[in-house]
Design a binder for this molecule. Structure first.
Ligand code: ADP
Ligand code: MG
Length: 678
């Protein structure tokens, strides 16, 4: 069976339809049969007429109470039939279907399926399909509904799909080894493919879906493990000496490292001292002290004679890191420098020169570090902060500047371990699951809009005491332009009406990086009292004096986004507050708000988010980098994911598993060619 065959050879696909299918990214027969339905229409379910709503497609079961009458209209004829059930009557109409005139018997029951059209309180259904009672040919089946593009109708795509499925029926080659299918109770690829498109009953769809989701997640896991094995095998990394310890630096900190920090440092040190290349993800909630950990690792690298690159997503963050690093490392005779695009050409050239000849030990910067002209004498460790902003490729590119340097990726997005394994399956994972002691809990309140005045009074009181405040704007989903407008409008309202006595500024994603940096710097330097912003408030920015975070329309944000935003406050000595203004739409909203009020722990929040998931969006707009799946939904398919993970791990214990089994090898190759960047 040649699945690479062009869709134009499928029955029912003409030159026009090829173009429409291409728009849906369907080019080959394989693309077509793996274009899965978005949902299904169960035409077997019958509703009483009185419960039908305008515009819905529905099956009804009714008695014919008239003969079909025919009306002549200009250039066409219209057929009309009056029907009723116990609840009300309805009119069925067709055009140019004279042959229907003798089709229906008065008093006999029929089923119709079509679009309900309410006209002046009466139901009309135009051109429905129908069956005599007892038949289910047109009205009994479950029909797939596909995501579509303009000009391609459900009916057309459905017919094309029927032809495609007919063509491949029974001929698809199994993609998963037989023993894995058995062990995991899956159905075969042929049955699954047919049933996912044309299930006879809803159960069919579930078993078919399970098989396909498993395949997708299993191959993903295999691919990541293969990548990891490859890293382990091929890349001999730097073997740091045991003479310098990561912990030597910790004496310089004004605090004792937490147990969790010590534990992850042990893990990191083990990696550094082995000859394998470190590829480690350091996960920890905001404020858990990842910077201190990175600093210790950097210290070990420098004192062993290597250079370190620290890459941050924004200039503000890079600058902030530089300040922190210098505070501790200057007295240890370690030279840190900043490389961002805003520095002068002269200064930049000088830094590049000193970097190249090894005078700089630690270079901290933004994307500017990736540029080709950045060269090191002896790069030994790369740390990327807030990883989700950087792609795998960028990580690889900077690593190329050294001879297999160790890589530490830091992320402040607490995600359950299962998900971390999907996102970063090629990395080892260390988790800081503990905050430094004596952190004050950020008091969180969820309130309705009617509290506006009280909130403003509260803000005023805090500002009078010298604090600063963030206000995050309502999220307008329609467009970025509107988001922007809402920021500017809200800012004006605060500047002119509410707090004319304070310095209020705004920040949004469309501003130039330089403007954003300027505003953030002013806020940091206490030249702004209230900062109104979209969700772009820079991840990780530290303004310890800001202690209030107000989030408008909080119900529209995912829990992770709310948690990230809240993490902007509570960074200093002051009691901090987060005020969620929300509209109580739906039961889940209240539950979600309650989670936020009850805990400050990002890992608990992310677990709860998984539970309450539905409309909420864990990764929200703040994250990208989640792999895309054709059919799996990692939030709903957690149990299949675990199953796939365990299976993949078992398989890959044998290092040559892929060489020994053609099917496994092919699964991984398909993955590499499509989804994973390498
Ligand atoms: P994040 O994990 O969000 O990057 P940071 O590294 O910025 O967190 O740390 C947040 C704050 O906590 C910093 O001011 C840092 O000095 C402080 N800190 C880090 N570790 C400890 C500790 N073990 N005890 C007390 N304070 C700590
Ligand atoms: Mg940080």
């Amino acid at each position: 069976m040649d699945l690479t065959k062009d869709v134009k050879y499928i029955k029912g696909v003409g030159p026009n339809r090829v173009l429409l299918l291409n728009k849906l990214n369907i080019y080959t027969l394989k693309d077509l049969i793996t274009y899965y339905p978005r949902t299904y229409e169960d035409r077997g379910k019958v509703k009483p007429l009185a419960e039908c709503t305008d515009g819905e497609e529905q099956t009804i079961e009714v008695i014919a109470c008239s003969r079909v009458s025919e009306v002549r209209l200009p250039r066409k004829t219209m057929q009309k039939l009056v029907v009723r059930d116990e609840t009300m009557s309805a009119v069925i109409t067709w055009f140019n279907q004279s042959y229907l005139k003798n089709k229906f018997e008065i008093g006999k029951k029929y089923r119709f399926f079509g679009k309900i059209n309410y006209k002046y309180g009466k139901i009309e259904i135009n051109s429905p399909v129908f069956d005599e009672i007892g038949n289910t040919k047109n009205t009994g089946k479950i029909v797939p509904i596909y995501p579509l593009t303009y000009n391609l109708s459900q009916n057309t795509l459905r017919r094309i799909m029927e032809n495609a499925i007919l063509e491949v029926k029974g001929k698809l080659e199994e993609t998963i080894p037989e023993y894995i299918i058995k062990e995991n109770n899956l159905i075969d690829i042929n049955t699954a493919t047919e049933m996912i498109h044309f299930p006879q009953k809803l159960e069919d769809f579930k078993t078919a879906r399970k098989r396909l989701v498993f395949e997708e997640l299993f191959s993903m896991q295999l691919a990541l493990l293969a990548l990891k094995n490859k890293n382990l095998k091929e890349e001999k990394g730097i073997k740091y000496s045991k003479n310098v310890s990561v912990k030597d630096l910790s004496k310089q900190f004004p605090f004792e490292l937490t147990r969790a920090q010590k534990r992850v440092l042990d893990e990191i040190e083990k990696d550094m001292e082995s000859d394998k290349c470190m590829n480690r993800l350091l996960q920890g909630d905001v404020g858990s002290g990842k910077t201190a950990v990175a600093m210790c690792a950097a210290y070990k690298a420098v004192k062993s004679g290597y250079q370190v690159a620290i890459m941050a997503p924004t200039a503000i963050l890079a600058t902030q890191h530089l300040e922190n690093f210098n505070k501790t490392l200057e007295k240890m005779d370690i030279k840190c420098e900043l490389l961002i695009s805003a520095i002068t050409k002269k200064k930049k050239n000088e830094i590049l020169e000193r970097l190249k000849n090894g005078e700089i030990d630690i270079i901290i910067g933004t994307h500017a570090l990736i540029e080709d002209n950045v060269e090191f004498k002896k790069l030994g460790l790369v740390v990327t902060d807030e990883q989700h902003r950087f792609g795998v490729k960028q990580r690889a590119k900077i690593a190329k500047k050294g001879n297999n340097p160790d890589v530490l990726v830091m992320s402040a997005t607490p995600i359950p371990r299962t998900l971390a394994l999907i996102l970063y399956g090629d990395l080892d994972i260390s988790i800081i699951d503990e905050l430094p002691p004596n952190r004050k809990k950020i008091e969180t309140f969820a309130v309705g809009k009617s509290y506006e005045e009280r909130i403003n009074n509260f803000i005023q009181k805090q500002i009078e005491e010298g604090r600063q405040c963030y206000i995050v704007c309502p999220l307008v989903e329609e467009s970025e332009e509107q988001d922007l407008k809402s920021v500017v409008e809200l800012c004006e309202k605060y500047q002119k009406e509410i707090f004319p006595q304070y310095r209020v500024e705004y920040l949004h994603g469309k501003m130039k990086p330089k403007e954003k940096d300027e505003i953030m710097m002013k806020f940091k330097n206490k030249e702004i009292d209230i900062l109104i912003s979209t969700t772009v408030i820079e991840v990780g920015v530290d303004v310890p004096n800001a202690n209030i975070m107000v989030i408008e329309d909080a119900q529209r944000f995912g829990l992770a986004a709310l948690h990230q935003l809240r993490g902007r406050v509570g960074r200093g000595e002051y009691q901090s507050y987060c005020i969620l203004i929300y509209e109580p739409k739906g039961e889940n909203t209240r539950k979600r708000m309650k989670v936020m009020c009850d805990t400050n722990d990002g890992f608990i929040i992310s677990e709860k988010d998984l539970e309450l998931r539905g409309s909420g969006d864990f990764f929200g707009t703040m994250q990208s980098g989640l792999p895309e799946f054709k059919i799996a939904n990692i939030f709903e398919d957690i149990s299949i994911l675990k199953q796939a993970q365990i299976t993949a791990q078992k398989v890959m214990q044998d290092e040559d598993a892929l060489e020994k089994d053609e099917k496994l090898k092919k699964l991984v190759e398909d993955k590499f060619s499509s989804r994973i960047e390498i």
